[in-house]
Design a protein around this ligand. Structure first.
Ligand code: NAG
Ligand code: NAG
Ligand code: NAG
Length: 321
């Protein structure tokens, strides 16, 4: 009996030891798999992006102590437009914002000369709903407390930084704001868009402005909104999400149509004379389909602004004498 019992002890001990060993080994291995495995080169370069450094924001810069934290502009672009439209935006109006700018594109996008954020698991397919919603989430997570306003822009829009500043400083950014050119659709169209009676949306093209408070309310729910899409219209879905979680609809006023200007001539828009009332009153011009026009428009405003300052100067001199 004692002999057998000793055997039993030995066998039990062996089994327990081996089990424990295998268990520990599995544990350690799965632990090291999640935390220690080196990232592939491409993945590392993205996850190592320093969001502040990327847009030239100092860690101590705040809404209170900097005049370049009024607005963060997120430009939605695609790999095929990085060296044309996105580059043109960055080299023109992108340099004159009362804030910062970054470009959001598909995961595989690379552009060493641009503040570019290739969004994980996002491709360049149309409609860009995932890109748009994940851009909002990124803006909230990385810059949410650094800026008063957030703008969702396309890569074919021209934005006048000086006019944008003047406008934004006149609106209370502490309230949930959702500003743009409102669209509602009519009758059958409304049915197709699946909009409730109290819902509308800001049309994406000419630009959409979102206050910090709106972003704070909406961003944590973008995954929900992405799972509950009713249409293929990215701006309609954003409107639905904002209505649901921020409780506001797109600010509608006649002004918005003139200051966020959309010209319906497609490819031809803003390719001819720029010295018009519409162009001069606008904060944004949409669409600028050919990126070479972006440089032309930029030069036009620089020259005309310079001239108007100069003539204002003369007026002042004449007026004061
Ligand atoms: C932020 O820090 C930099 C470097 O330490 C300093 O030069 C700059 O004046 C600071 N800016 C503000 C607004 O405090
Ligand atoms: C911010 O202020 C500095 C210093 O006063 C000025 O040189 C700069 O042009 C201002 N930038 C903007 C975007 O207003
Ligand atoms: C839109 O653009 C076209 C082509 O440049 C121009 O003829 C037309 O006057 C523009 N419309 C408005 C409202 O600016």
């Amino acid at each position: 009996m004692p002999r057998r019992s000793r055997w039993m002890h030995l066998v039990t001990g062996l089994v327990a030891g081996v089990t424990l060993g295998v268990f520990l080994k599995l544990c350690l291995r799965s632990g090291s798999r999640t935390t220690m495995e080196p990232c592939p080169e491409a993945a590392r370069s993205i996850s190592d992006l320093d969001p502040l450094n990327l847009v030239g924001l100092a860690p101590n810069e705040t809404v209170q102590n900097s005049n370049r934290t009024l607005v963060f502009v997120g430009v939605m672009t695609a790999e095929q437009y990085l060296t044309s439209r996105a580059k043109a935006v960055y080299e023109t109006w992108g340099q004159e914002l009362p804030g910062r700018i970054a470009f959001f594109s598909s995961e595989v996008s690379r552009a060493p000369d641009l503040p570019l954020i290739p969004l994980k698991n996002v491709d360049d397919s149309y409609p860009p709903q995932k890109k748009s919603f994940l851009m909002l989430l990124y803006m909230y997570e990385k810059y949410g407390d650094k800026f008063e306003w957030f703008m969702r822009a396309d890569d074919d829009v021209y934005v006048r930084g000086d006019k944008l500043e003047e406008f934004l400083r006149s609106v209370d950014s502490r309230k949930p704001q959702f500003i743009g050119q409102a669209g509602r659709g009519t009758g059958a169209e409304r049915d197709a868009l699946a909009l409730d009676y109290n819902e509308n949306f800001c049309m994406g093209g000419p630009g959409v402005l979102i206050s910090q408070e709106t972003l704070r309310r909406v961003a944590p729910h973008v995954k929900y909104c992405l799972k509950h899409l009713y249409t293929t219209h990215e701006d309609v879905e954003l409107g639905r999400c904002v209505a649901k979680f921020a409780g506001v609809s797109c600010t509608w006023s006649y002004d918005m149509q003139t200051i966020l200007h959309h010209n319906g001539s497609g490819e031809l828009a803003y390719t001819s004379r720029l010295k018009t009332r519409e162009v001069h009153r606008a904060i944004t011009l949409h669409p600028v389909k050919d990126h070479r026009q972006m440089y032309r428009i930029h030069t036009y405003f620089k020259v005309s602004l310079h001239q108007s300052r100069w003539s204002n100067g003369i007026c002042e001199i004449v007026g004061s004498s």
